[in-house]
Ligand binder design. Structure first.
Ligand code: GLU
Length: 472
C-alpha cells in the first residue's frame, strides 16, 4: 500500500487565515490518521505578491498551532528548473504548444464570446502551428477537446467537467515563468502527494490539473475540497467579521487547542461531541464526513471553547501563556503572587487570556476609580464600621498567615461580632480592594492582593466614604 502523503500549500501573500489553518489541520489529521506524512509547501511563485513576512507569519502560525510537518517547507521558487523541464517535456511530446496570439486578438475573441453568451475561452488558434521559439510566445497545454473530466471528490462526491469548457491554459508565461496549475501538478506528482485537501475555490483548477497529470502520465491524487468559511452574515469570512488571522487569535489570548478544536468542528462533527483533543481528532476525524455546505464562523462558540480550555488546562502552562498578556498591560507578573494562583482564581471569569490579564490588574496595582454602581451600593456610611473592624483585624494578621483560610476566618469573625450577614462585610471589603463588586471569593481576593495593598485600599475606601458623607 502506498503511504499517505498530504500537503498544505499556502501562497505567502498575507497572514495565515483561519480558513488556511483549517485546510492545514485537515491535511495534517488525514496524514496522521493514516500513519502518513504531512508536507509544507510554500507557493511563492508570484514574486510581486509573495513576501518573506508572510512566509514567517505562516511558519509562526503553524508552529503555534502545533501542526508539525514531516517535510518542508519546500519553496516553489527553488524548483523552477523542474517546472521548466516538465513544460519542455510536455511540449516535446506534443502535449503543449507555443501560442503567439496578440493581446488584441484575444480581447476580440473574448468580446465575441461574451456577446454570444458563451463562456470566454481560448479557441486553440495556435494549436498545430509551428512558431519559432525566438518569437515572443506563451506555452499552452493542449487540453482534451472532447469528453469529460471527473473529480471524484471525498467531500463533494463526483463532480464532472466538460472538457469543451476548459481552456488550453497557459503553463509558461511570455516571460518564461510557469503558472500555478503547472507548478502544483509538478509538485504534487514529484512530492508523492496521495491526497490533496484544499478549499473548494480550487475545484475548477482540479479538473485542469487532472488533465495535465493524465497527459503527463502521472496518476492524479485523491482530492477533497473543503467548503468556504463564512461570517455570520453569510458573506465570506473577512476582517470585517473579527479576527481572521491565526496570529491575531493568539494575540487576543486564544489557546491553540481551542482554535484547533473550533476549526475541526467547522463543517465536521462526530455525534454530539464538542471537545476534541488533537489525539481525539486524529482518531475520529473522517474527511468523508465533512459537510459540503459552507460553514459559518461563530466567534461566541470559539470563546466558549477557549474558556473551557483556560479553565481545564494545565494551570502552569496557562500561567506561562498569561504572562505576556500581563506584560502588555505593563505588569510584571513576578512582582505579584504565584501566577498559578491567579489563573485558578480568575479562569472561570475569562474567555481569553487577554481578558484574564485585564480582570487581574487589581492584583498588581491600585485601580483608578471605583465602579460607580458598586461604590454607590457598597461604600456607604453603614460600611464604615465593618471596614474599620476588618482593617484592625487584618493588620494583626502576620504575613505568613495571609492565607485564604485565615482571611476567611477574619471576615466571618467581624461579621459575627457586628451581627451582620457575611455579605455586608465582604462586599464593601471587595469594592474597597478591587474597585468593583465582582472578583473571586473575598478570601482568595485578599490573599492575591496582599496585606500592604489591602490595608492601603481599605484606608482609601474609608476616606471615600467620609468624603461622600461630607458632601451629602
Ligand atoms: N497556493 C494555493 C492557495 O494558497 C493552494 C494550492 C493548493 O492547495 O493546491 O490558494
Amino acid at each position: 500500500m502506498t503511504t499517505v502523503r498530504t500537503r498544505f500549500a499556502p501562497s505567502p501573500t498575507g497572514f495565515l487565515h483561519v480558513g488556511g489553518a483549517r485546510t492545514a489541520l485537515f491535511s495534517y489529521l488525514f496524514a496522521r490518521k493514516h500513519g502518513g506524512q504531512f508536507i509544507l509547501r510554500i507557493e511563492d511563485t508570484d514574486l510581486e505578491r509573495s513576501t518573506p513576512e508572510s512566509v514567517n507569519a505562516i511558519l509562526e502560525g503553524m508552529t503555534w498551532l502545533g501542526l508539525d510537518y514531516d517535510e518542508g517547507p519546500f519553496y516553489q521558487t527553488q524548483r523552477f528548473e523542474r517546472y521548466q523541464a516538465v513544460i519542455d517535456e510536455l511540449f516535446d511530446k506534443g502535449l503543449a504548444y507555443r501560442c503567439n496570439c496578440p493581446k488584441e486578438r484575444l480581447d476580440k475573441l473574448r468580446e465575441r464570446q461574451m456577446a454570444a453568451k458563451v463562456k470566454p475561452r481560448y479557441d486553440g488558434h495556435c494549436r498545430g502551428k509551428s512558431i519559432d521559439p525566438s518569437e515572443p510566445h506563451v506555452i499552452r497545454f493542449s487540453n482534451p477537446v472532447e469528453g469529460m473530466v471527473v473529480v471524484d471528490d471525498r467531500v463533494r462526491g463526483r463532480v464532472a467537467f466538460n472538457n469543451g469548457e476548459l481552456d488550453d491554459l497557459i503553463i509558461r508565461r511570455s516571460d518564461g515563468s510557469p503558472t500555478y496549475n503547472l507548478t502544483v501538478v509538478v509538485d504534487d506528482a514529484e512530492m508523492g502527494i496521495t491526497d490533496v485537501i484544499r478549499g473548494d475555490d480550487h475545484l475548477g483548477n482540479t479538473a485542469r490539473q487532472i488533465n495535465i497529470l493524465n497527459a503527463w502520465g502521472k496518476e492524479p491524487p485523491r482530492y477533497a475540497h473543503l467548503p468556504m468559511i463564512l461570517g455570520e452574515d453569510g458573506s465570506r469570512l473577512s476582517k470585517r467579521h473579527g479576527a481572521v488571522s491565526v496570529i491575531a487569535f493568539r494575540d487576543q489570548g486564544y489557546l491553540p487547542e481551542a482554535l484547533l478544536n473550533y476549526l475541526v468542528r467547522l463543517g465536521w462533527s462526530h455525534g454530539d461531541q464538542e471537545m476534541f483533543s488533537v489525539d481525539d481528532m486524529i482518531e475520529l476525524f473522517d474527511i468523508g464526513a465533512v459537510n459540503k455546505a459552507a460553514a459559518s464562523f461563530d466567534y461566541a462558540k470559539l470563546a466558549w471553547l477557549n474558556q473551557h480550555y483556560i479553565q481545564h488546562g494545565d494551570t502552569k502552562r496557562i500561567a506561562h501563556l498569561l504572562s505576556p498578556h500581563l506584560g502588555h498591560l505593563d505588569i510584571d507578573p513576578s512582582a505579584g503572587p504565584d501566577l498559578t494562583a491567579v489563573v485558578e482564581a480568575q479562569a472561570p471569569r475569562a474567555k481569553t487570556l487577554a481578558e484574564l490579564a485585564e480582570i487581574s490588574t487589581f492584583i498588581y496595582r491600585d485601580f483608578d476609580d471605583y465602579d460607580p454602581a458598586a461604590a454607590k451600593k457598597h461604600l456607604r456610611p453603614v460600611a464604615r464600621e465593618p471596614l474599620v473592624r476588618m482593617r484592625a483585624a487584618l493588620e494583626l494578621l502576620a504575613l505568613e498567615d495571609w492565607q485564604p483560610e485565615l482571611l476567611h476566618h477574619q471576615v466571618d469573625q467581624v461579621a459575627a461580632e457586628l451581627e451582620l450577614a457575611m455579605g455586608k462585610v465582604a462586599q464593601p471589603l471587595r469594592v474597597a480592594v478591587v474597585g468593583r463588586a465582582a472578583s473571586p471569593g473575598i478570601d482568595v481576593t485578599l490573599h492575591l492582593v496582599g496585606k500592604e495593598a489591602t490595608l492601603r485600599r481599605i484606608d482609601r475606601a474609608l476616606a471615600f466614604i467620609d468624603a461622600r458623607a461630607a458632601q451629602a
